[in-house]
Design a protein around this ligand. Structure first.
Ligand SMILES: *[C@@H]1O[C@H](CO)[C@@H](O)[C@H](O)[C@H]1NC(C)=O
Ligand SMILES: *[C@@H]1O[C@H](CO)[C@@H](O)[C@H](O)[C@H]1NC(C)=O
Ligand SMILES: *[C@@H]1O[C@H](CO)[C@@H](O)[C@H](O)[C@H]1NC(C)=O
Ligand SMILES: *[C@@H]1O[C@H](CO)[C@@H](O)[C@H](O)[C@H]1NC(C)=O
Ligand SMILES: *[C@@H]1O[C@H](CO)[C@@H](O)[C@H](O)[C@H]1NC(C)=O
Ligand SMILES: *[C@@H]1O[C@H](CO)[C@@H](O)[C@H](O)[C@H]1NC(C)=O
Length: 601
């Protein structure tokens, strides 16, 4: 009889489940909340649902055991005791310049850089695990590279609240969030003195792998490179690449204006580009990435890399007169991939980190350790890389001010001023601070709203779950997060619970490190994706990383000595000031001076 009863009752439950799916609170009433909605498994344990209301945490290899993977094993206990917090490392690495100057010239530098690379990269699962359709390990998620991958599975569909079990039944209106917390009142300059040269580099560089495939939906990526493949220069399909190539000496098509090399027009290189109708075809420049007509800063970088490609082709051709067009093209592409990674690590990440430790691009550092040379772009990486607060209120070119309307899609600006003038001007104009809130230009609010809405469609887990996933402590209160009272109270009112705070708002509203462009989470979550993506490139593998891959010592040397400054100065007639930060009067100073608006600005 008892058996009959319980069978009968669970039969009713299943019946109820079938009838009332998608009305989560009713599910809760019927006592069958998916237990994984509580995120019970700590320390990266994996939650598996059993029966209706049971779960198990798989703690394999986490170093912890117990029902929720909360009990540390011997080594984990020791590590918990001696491991300093990430903010401690950050503190050390961004201070004591004299100390790091000594380290720079010793073998200890290699050891520390190696440690940074391995510790960071190890936080990224490789091979990749989940995607937005599969919250469990599956062959489809592994093999279908049309998806962005993700580090944490989606919030299960049948949870009582949008973020799991915490917070309100409905998330705050995304427009309201952005208007209240992110919209710029008054331009806040970046205390790290980042400039527009950096901002446009970031945008140009990342748009080779952040290409959401609108037609297929938010969780899908267009182009299958999943990393630094330079598809923004060469196109993301063979067809597009062929349209851009000259098929002579390995070069790309180009046009000469005022004696300088520029990308060809879409008449000469028929590829799909996005331009408003007001721009005639004879003025539309053709590039690997179809969106780069948007901003003169992007067209400027496209021009620099085009010139660099054709320059390297000439150098290779001289040493290898027997090589055909194809081999010259392919080898040059690999050299440019190497140059890109070198510049990103030693100029771009170096600047962004604020570290006094001199970073180093040297694939050999990883040859002795376990490392997978593969990469898959993650939804979370895409989300966090929306750094639009960098954008200023207006753009100053050679002292002339341009508003957004006259800057956007203005593709005569590049040829009117020339690359030198744009580089010089962008290098001198300071960019906005990314973290801390209230610094997003009113024209760009829709971008942040889109990011938040995307994260809801894709059911991203709460900010605190990501903090834990990347080895950080969950915030206990909103005050803890923002380091103040007012915004914290407003957030609390809207979200109801710190454990229901969303990923992107969390990243942007977290208190920033002192004199820094953003807070702890952006660094601790962003750096692993970034470094894994860079070092996971096949050219960094032992089989590829040798002179012959790059046409001999000359090509190998071009990679090993590449820098932002050389990229510019070897491709213009007169070298302007070029850096990822505005000019610093006193070289060692790290705090910005008052004199921001020089006449050149
Ligand atoms: C495991 O986590 C669940 C959900 O958070 C909690 O209710 C339970 O008490 C935890 N059990 C142990 C043994 O920690
Ligand atoms: C660091 O050391 C390298 C060589 O060991 C040197 O070329 C470089 O200039 C040094 N950088 C600084 C900032 O001291
Ligand atoms: C990947 O998954 C999507 C959605 O299910 C599907 O449309 C597409 O054909 C798949 N791609 C491949 C290569 O199987
Ligand atoms: C959010 O608020 C804006 C204006 O405040 C409104 O236009 C929009 O419809 C709201 N969105 C939702 C989903 O309620
Ligand atoms: C932008 O600048 C142009 C030219 O100076 C001017 O005609 C236009 O009204 C300005 N637009 C806005 C929105 O200020
Ligand atoms: C584009 O930039 C040029 C300067 O290079 C400027 O003269 C022109 O007014 C701008 N075009 C528009 C539509 O604002």
């Amino acid at each position: 009889m008892a058996n009959f009863d319980s069978g009968y009752i669970s039969g009713i439950r299943i019946f109820l489940l079938l009838v009332i799916t998608n009305i989560p609170w009713t599910l809760q009433l019927s006592g069958t909340v998916n237990p994984c909605c509580y995120y019970p498994c700590q320390h990266n344990g994996v939650c598996v649902r059993f029966d209706l209301d049971k779960y198990e945490c798989d703690c394999t290899m986490t170093g912890y055991y117990g029902r929720n993977c909360t009990i540390p094993g011997f080594w984990s206990r020791i590590r918990e005791y001696i491991r300093p917090s990430p903010s401690f490392y950050h503190y050390i690495l961004t201070r004591f310049k004299w100390f790091w100057d000594i380290i720079n010239n010793t073998f200890i530098r290699d050891t520390i850089v190696k440690l940074v690379l391995t510790v960071r990269s190890n936080l990224i699962p490789s091979p990749p695990t989940y995607n937005s359709a599969y919250g469990y390990i599956s062959w489809e998620a592994y093999s279908n590279v049309s998806y962005f991958t993700r580090v944490l599975p989606p919030v299960p569909d049948d949870c009582p609240t949008p973020m799991g079990t915490k917070g309100k039944m409905e998330l705050p209106n995304a427009t309201l969030l952005v208007e209240t917390f992110l919209k710029r009142q008054k331009f806040i300059p970046d205390p790290q003195e980042t400039n527009l040269m950096f901002a446009f580099f970031a945008q140009h560089f990342t748009h080779q792998f952040f290409k959401t495939f609108g037609r297929m939906g938010r969780g899908f990526i267009k182009g299958f490179g999943h990393g630094v493949d330079l598809s923004h220069i060469y196109g993301d399909s063979l067809e597009r690449q062929y349209a851009l190539r000259l098929f002579k000496d390995g070069k790309l098509k180009y046009q000469i204006i005022n004696g300088d090399m520029y990308p060809p027009t879409v008449v000469e290189a028929p590829v799909y580009m996005i331009y408003p109708e007001s721009v005639p075809k004879e003025k539309q420049l053709a590039m690997g990435q179809e969106v780069f007509g948007l901003l003169p800063g992007l067209m400027m970088y496209a021009t620099l890399w085009l010139r660099e490609h054709n320059r390297v082709c000439d150098i290779l051709k001289k040493e290898h007169p027997t090589w055909d067009d194809e081999q010259l093209f392919q080898t040059t592409r690999l050299i440019l991939i190497g140059e890109t990674i070198k510049i990103v690590i030693e100029d771009y990440v170096q600047h962004l980190s604020g570290y006094f430790l001199k970073l180093k691009f040297d694939p050999e550092l990883l040859f002795g350790v376990q490392f997978q040379y593969r990469n898959r772009i993650a939804v979370e990486f895409n989300q966090l890389y929306h750094w639009h607060p960098l954008m200023p209120d207006s753009f100053f070119i050679k002292g002339q001010e341009y508003n957004y309307s006259s800057f956007i899609y203005n593709n005569s600006m590049l040829t009117d001023y020339g690359v030198e003038a744009l580089v010089g001007s962008f290098s001198k104009q300071i960019a906005g601070k990314i973290g801390g809130g209230k610094n997003l230009h009113p024209r760009l609010l829709h971008v942040a709203i889109g990011v938040i809405e995307e994260s809801r469609k894709l059911r991203l887990q709460p900010f605190n779950e990501y903090r834990k996933r990347f080895g950080l402590k969950a915030y206990k209160t909103f005050q803890d997060l923002t380091g103040e009272e007012e915004v914290a109270a407003q957030l609390e009112e809207l979200y109801g619970d710190i454990d229901a705070l969303e990923f992107y708002p969390g990243l942007l509203l977290e208190k920033t490190h002192p004199s820094s462009i953003f807070g702890e989470s952006m660094i601790e979550i962003g750096a692993p994706f970034s470094l894994k993506g860079l070092m996971g490139n096949p050219i960094c593998s032992p089989e590829y990383w040798k002179p012959s891959t790059f046409g001999g010592e000359t090509g190998f040397g071009i990679i090993k000595t590449a820098s932002l400054e050389k990229l510019v100065c070897q491709n213009v007639k007169k070298c302007p000031f070029v850096a990822f930060h505005i000019p610093r009067s006193d070289k060692d100073k790290h705090i910005p001076s008052e004199a921001k608006k020089s006449d050149e600005l």
